[in-house]
Design a protein around this ligand. Sequence first.
Ligand SMILES: [Zn+2]
Length: 282
Amino acid sequence: MSNVPPFLRHAPVTTALPLVLDSPHSGEHYPDDFDHAPPRAVVRRAEDTHVARLYRHAPRLGAALIEAVFPRAYIDANRSLDDIDPTMLAEAWPSPLAVSRKTGKGIGLLWRIARGGAPMYARKLAIAEVQRRIDHWYRPYHAALAAEIDALHRTFGAVWHINCHSMPAVGDEYADDAGRVRKDFVLGDRDGTTCAPEFTALVAETLAGLGYSVAINDPYKGVEIVRLHGRPDERRHSLQIELNRRLYMDEATRGPTTGYRQLEANLQRLLSRIADYVRAQV
Ligand SMILES: [Zn+2]
């Protein structure tokens, strides 16, 4: 088994705040047993490339940043463990499955198709190898994030978590908004259930003040990670932030564009405003 760690944790380098960021989809380490059928460049279109790097300043503001090292197309950290497509498996899964709409579209815990629609695998997956992906990559990532959030909540009595993602500039055929040109940012709080409305509003207003267009819960409401951690009645606030890739990268080559530095600087301004807010709450 690989010596590559499943996640990286960037600890605060100044006084710690109860603020945690996680980037579950920006991993770029493709394990040797990921024998995807389409070319790597096609499979990589599933990645939120650069997202963890764009938030690397977070520890200087007192926030912890946890990033997945494994790619989303291998096992998707933002899905529940029972969201598996049984048609991808060589054998019956040993426990009950709860297939979601995402799996219906081919993008559940295990992706059946690559972006563009080509089958991800030329074979069925064995139960043992899927369980290895879960135990070696998925579970440690989730355990690290939960430990971080729980420890801060114990210390401060409240915690704020930002689940960091990026999205294609235009909805593709697997999205709920196929063909639609997207806003610069989409905030997801699962229709106001995963964080205090004032926190979503603070982020939306700060981004609008920086000149960005912002949508809330449209087309992305947030999926498994904010659902797991967002319990605002316990002062556990969790918000998903989707960045539009046109702001910072060429979606064909995956290379950063000239907009990258400006976005990075503006994300620093956003996090600084969030840090001030969090500091005032505890
Ligand atoms: Zn993502």
